[in-house]
Design a protein around this ligand. Structure first.
Ligand code: ZN
Length: 100
């Protein structure tokens, strides 16, 4: 009476393809076709704007009534400076494609 039960799915081998997804390390640019898209991390926002917001916010902190506004500007400035996004960046035409 050696009845084999195969009701339990082998979960360990259930998703072997998830990590073997064909994600090319570098792919050709779809725009200029000559360039190679490379992994890059770029800033999401203009860094100058972030610095200005941060500095102006700091100044406002010492102006009494505008203190609350200064706090908000400092945080927004820091967010502008810190926010990044992963993209594919073409080395020829500087085309940028969002990467997930
Ligand atoms: Zn390109």
């Amino acid at each position: 009476m050696a009845k084999r039960t195969q009701e339990q799915p082998a979960e360990e081998t259930a998703a072997p393809e998830a990590q073997n997804a064909p994600v090319a390390e570098a792919t050709h640019c779809i725009l200029c076709e000559d360039g190679v898209m490379k992994r890059a991390t770029i800033k999401s926002y203009n860094q100058t704007v972030g610095v200005v917001l941060f500095i102006v916010g700091l100044v406002f902190l010492f102006l009494g009534p505008l203190g609350l506004l200064g706090v908000i500007m400092v945080f927004i400035g820091l967010y502008f400076l810190a926010a990044k996004r992963d993209v594919w960046l073409c080395d020829k035409c500087d085309a940028i494609i969002e990467r997930r």
